[in-house]
Design a binder for this molecule. Sequence first.
Ligand SMILES: NC(=O)c1ccc[n+]([C@@H]2O[C@H](COP(=O)([O-])OP(=O)(O)OC[C@H]3O[C@@H](n4cnc5c(N)ncnc54)[C@H](OP(=O)(O)O)[C@@H]3O)[C@@H](O)[C@H]2O)c1
Length: 393
Amino acid sequence: MEYRRHKDLRISEVGVGCYALSGAYGKKDVDEFKRMLRRAYELGVNFFDTAEAYGNAEKILGDAIKPFRSEVHVATKVGIRKGVEPNLSKSYVTAACEESLRRLDTDYIDLYQVHFDDPKTPVEETVEALEGLKAAGKIRHYGLGHLPAEKVKQYMSVGEVFSVLVELSAVATDARNKMLPLCRSKQVGVIAFSVTGRGLLTGRFKQHPEFEPQDIRNVDPLFRRERFESGLRVASELTNIGKRYGKTPAQVAIAWVLAQAGIICALCGPSTVAHLEENVGGSGWQLTDEDLARLEDLLEHEAAFVTEQQRVGIKEILSGRLPDEPHQAFSDLIYAIETAVSLDLTTEAEVLPTFKELYALRGKLDESSRSKLEEVQDRLRSLIGFVDGDTNP
Ligand SMILES: NC(=O)c1ccc[n+]([C@@H]2O[C@H](COP(=O)([O-])OP(=O)(O)OC[C@H]3O[C@@H](n4cnc5c(N)ncnc54)[C@H](OP(=O)(O)O)[C@@H]3O)[C@@H](O)[C@H]2O)c1
């Protein structure tokens, strides 16, 4: 395992996250997960990420790393525990930190990250809370999670931000446009997550899989339509490249992330010892400039394909009749929102209230949801700029 230094921390190139313990990727075997965490430590992983929102994950992580706590870095996230309304008020952040410390069974958190934006709380108030926790020795550093770029800039101007979390893989490259350059310009570290493309880049999928009902990949745009189709082609190219180095596609996917300027850690989310052992092999070697350039050509070509198809996809979803099956209609609308944001057809701030309204239906979708789903479709049509399906977004 290779390490990267950022400020006073020396961080393993491959980090391990506990998101899977929230059930986001289906049911997991907790005993195997604990063995995986122990094995990660043995193989040199010293960066472990979790969140107050990941079910029982803080407790499971805290128990597993107790024997070697002082040798590893623990990152967790604050702002939302349950539900969909983030809270970054000073009182919430201060109390939530105590709760996380208790669940993690530790005296300090190495990196405390703002998980989601809370438009109701001024950035200054949240930073004051985080600085207070730092001064009290409860956290060593603070960083940012899923926040709009404008909010990230505000935090950077008010506080001493250690890092920003971004989704980054060969099938999710948007962060390279704005967030990576912004972080590099401010000497803020970038922690990449979903570096195996939620499994898509590991070569495990040959066609569209059947996920368990609660698996977020059922609604993840990465696993829908043209992005999934394109992702399979990228995974196949990673497999070909890997053969020349004696590496698996997952290892090439991780090495690609580590080759992007400004990355301090590539966070993956295995739930088995075997997957962990494979992913650790993403560190300790490099892709040649020639292979990086060849991949860049492929990604450019795929991006053009995806963008073109996405515009057609959004138009179809917003101007046509929604599918009768409510889960299918729900996934289509999530796809339209996330894709429209990524294409800059609307902003996160503009679409957030509609997204929340839609997301609140998750888990209770049935025939009676139809009118609500159609209302969301109408609202999106006006937000994203369609007039009777005529406007090309
Ligand atoms: N995803 C997010 O929205 C998000 C946001 C902020 C932070 N994070 C943090 O970043 C961490 C990593 O993100 P992620 O969990 O999305 O990463 P990821 O590794 O890209 O995705 C995890 C999925 O990929 C599969 N996988 C991983 N390695 C594999 C391998 N070698 N072979 C086959 N399948 C493999 C896992 O399957 P198995 O379970 O079968 O191993 C799991 O289904 C999270 O755990 C979390 O701590 C995530």
